[in-house]
Write a protein that binds this ligand. Sequence first.
Ligand code: FAD
Length: 358
Amino acid sequence: MLTELPPDAGPKEILTAWATAGVLTELYGERPAGRLNPLTLRRLLAAADARGPQGLVLALLVQLATAVPLLAETATTPLAERTLAQAADGGTLLALAATDEAAGSDLAALGTTVDLGDGSADLVVSGTKRWVTSASTADHALVLARHKPGRHFTSFTWVLVPLTAPGVTVEPTGTTLFQGSGVGHLTLSGVVLSREHLLGRPGRGLALFARHIAVERLASAAWAIALCRRVLADTERRLRERLVDGVPLRQSASVRQRLADCAVRLSALHALWATSCEKIAVDRDATAAAVLKAASGTTVEHVLTVCGQLQGADGFGAGGVQELRAEAAVFGIGGGTTETVHDTVADRLDTVLSGLAP
Ligand SMILES: Cc1cc2nc3c(=O)[nH]c(=O)nc-3n(C[C@H](O)[C@H](O)[C@H](O)COP(=O)(O)OP(=O)(O)OC[C@H]3O[C@@H](n4cnc5c(N)ncnc54)[C@H](O)[C@@H]3O)c2cc1C
């Protein structure tokens, strides 16, 4: 389906093609309601990975796995429902802006504010959101803001911010990586919005974030598997053709060991994905999502490092494995760093271990 699109097609063209082919209905059902079919999601991300570039996969992942389901669960106003319908048709691209100037690993410290007024007045949103995928290409951002000071779980609320609203400025990050992702920084300078832009009940912001970031982690692991599988197969093919003293490098005992080790780690990640899929997609099990996120971050890092080494100098060519490896480091950072998810696993070690009982 994607092969019929022009090579420079952006996320909206891909989403529209999927919507036209009925794939988004297969993903969400007739009307998105916050749930999705994880096997369809995995298939779509694998197709996007095969097409590339990686930045485009990132934009599609945020839209499919997190932004649309979060909007579906919180859209109670006509404006939000209209935006959801357009996003479900691929006609509207959404960004999800949680990280701001404070450490992304400490969401409870975020400084972006939403003034809710007296319950009837307009909303006023102010703050800076950093490293937001699709910031420069999306129509709207789902912005996580605080309506109360302090770190309490109930101090946060989601707001639907049109990126053309007065007071919104988008700045590119300046990175040469993540082509096609539209990643950028958002400045919200006293953005005044009607109350129709409020998403869900005030105070539910972090609870909703936790539910939806779990599915983003499932999606990110699905992408990790597709990426590692593709890079490993490509590396193996190159090593078959590369001769040292007349013998293909693929036959070297040391190379065989390293390829096998990567395949074993990748198989383990695939098995973990398959066993945690329902727990995460249906039950929103945050512990299972943290285990899977940690495993995918470390597996991608290992596989891409080994494949980068095994591809020698050619790996540094334009669009080669070394560039991919720099981008793939995002698996250990975006959507929660490996250390943050390890913290979650450490907090719930008993649960993790009892889940492994025979
Ligand atoms: C390409 C890209 C796209 C992104 N897209 C989005 C998006 O669409 N929406 C969005 O909201 N955010 C997005 N992000 C931001 C991302 O979610 C954050 O980068 C992430 O949450 C980490 O936050 P930080 O970068 O502020 O790192 P920090 O929190 O400042 O952490 C820096 C480093 O400190 C270490 N560290 C952090 N916490 C701990 C700990 N508890 N224990 C030990 N060490 C620790 C880790 O090594 C970590 O990498 C994106 C980032 C990138 C790179």
